[in-house]
Design a protein around this ligand. Structure first.
Ligand code: SF4
Ligand code: SF4
Length: 406
């Protein structure tokens, strides 16, 4: 009998009400209970409580979860589904039921920044030669990233990460410009790298813990640590829970989503939404914003910004300073990127993305917007590869704000 390592109280907290089902992207595209949060919890219980075997079906139900955690805010019982899935993935990876050797090599590279930069450049060149299949959902990766940003002082730390730095270093430059314009100095540690978020998703718990510990060492002191990647921010805020030490909890308490920080730094006006552009959305309509006009800008909520960090409203406040924020009106339904999910589960990820693209195109048509902001590199890549054909660009909110500064 296999114990999945799930906390018993957390596993028993689900009352099988099904409120989470409409918020689950894999349930939405398959219509099957086994691909829903409730179905997955039932399968976990069958293994942990009743000794059911870990067979191929069980592995499939777990591996196809995007780990978006869209089910968590929808759950009236507060089931911490992310914890359940992380424990299950950890058990499956330890038994070598998941994460084959080639994937483990890929995850290893994330923790070796120079190797990642070289590998990213090779992928970028391969893209130019049309050697990278489109079904992998990769947006265009820059061949050259330019120089890494350099510290200007000690007011705050700036977390640069692994993939974010390899694929979107320009966003770090934009973030640095915005902080500088606000009179805030920042420091960038020389040894900062991967936070272990993707390793946690894959169930590689030991590697994830090692990366978390080295990340903590790279940010000494008690200053705030600003993060402009939604997935990394969520992972770094969870270091305290994952490592379970007082030091780790203190570290996590210092992690701040960059949008929240900047919004607070400039003492934002109340969120301003256009009542016509946002008709039918879940956000309340308020009077039209009359600021500098970058036009209507659609907002995509990365799951780990909205469902996990709950920092998504800050993006609206910031975008409202430079243009007109436009809601997609789908309650932050996942786009299917899910870290490495789009590469590992391309069929399901593609179906989930298709639904998202349809929503975006309908909103774009209604509002005339040709720009979408996304605060996560995985979502940006996943969506931009499909939206480019429709004349819609995907940009990071920090990049848009930096444009406005100029
Ligand atoms: S984490 Fe996302 S994909 Fe997984 S069960 Fe919850 S809603 Fe569905
Ligand atoms: S996870 Fe929450 S919302 Fe989903 S079935 Fe269980 S109790 Fe209901």
């Amino acid at each position: 009998m296999t114990h999945l390592g799930i906390d018993e109280d957390e596993l028993s907290s689900c009352v099988s009400c099904g409120m989470c089902l409409p918020h689950c992207p894999t349930y939405r595209v398959t219509g099957k209970e086994a691909f829903s949060p409730r179905g997955r919890i039932d399968a976990m219980r069958a293994v942990q409580w009743k000794g059911a075997p870990i067979d191929d079906s069980f592995v499939e139900f777990m591996e196809t979860c995007v780990q978006c955690r869209g089910c968590e805010p929808a759950c009236p019982s507060g089931v911490p589904f992310g914890h359940l899935m992380e424990a299950t993935r950890s058990t499956l990876a330890a038994q070598h039921r998941t994460v084959p050797r080639w994937q483990r090599i890929g995850y290893h590279v994330l923790g070796r920044h120079r190797l990642l930069l070289i590998g990213s450049r090779m992928i970028a060149v391969a893209q130019r030669l049309k050697l990278v299949p489109r079904r992998l959902g990769l947006g265009t990766i820059p061949v050259r990233q330019g120089a890494a940003i350099a510290s200007t002082g000690t007011d705050v730390w700036l977390y640069t990460g692994c993939v974010m730095d390899a694929w979107q270093r320009h966003t770090h430059r934009s973030t640095a410009e915005i902080l500088t314009s606000l009179g805030i100095t920042y420091q960038v540690p020389s040894s900062s790298g991967c936070c272990g978020a993707l390793h946690t998703h894959a169930g590689l718990s030991e590697q994830a813990a090692a990366l978390m510990r080295s990340t903590m060492e790279a940010f000494p002191g008690d200053g705030p640590i600003l993060v402009n990647s939604a997935g990394c921010g969520a992972a770094l805020k969870d270091v305290g829970h994952a490592l379970g030490t007082a030091e780790a909890r203190a570290f996590s308490a210092r992690v701040v989503d960059v949008h929240t920080f900047v919004m607070n730094a400039v003492v934002m006006d109340p969120v301003v939404m256009d009542p016509v552009l946002n008709s039918g959305s879940e956000r309340p309509s308020v009077p039209k914003f009359s600021g500098p006009g970058m036009g209507p800008i659609m907002i995509q909520d990365p799951c780990h910004l909205r469902h996990v960090q709950k920092a998504h409203l800050a993006v609206r406040d910031l975008i409202g300073r430079v243009g007109t924020p436009v809601e997609l009106g789908d309650e932050g339904l996942c786009c299917g990127a899910g870290g490495a999910y789009s590469a590992l589960q391309p069929d399901l990820a593609g179906q989930i993305r298709d639904r998202k693209i349809s929503t975006i195109l309908a909103v774009a048509k209604r509002t005339g917007s040709t720009q979408l902001v996304s605060a996560n590199p995985g979502c940006s890549q996943h969506l931009s590869s499909a939206l480019a054909d429709h004349g819609i660009s995907v940009v990071h909110p920090m990049d848009l704000l930096a444009q406005a500064l100029k």
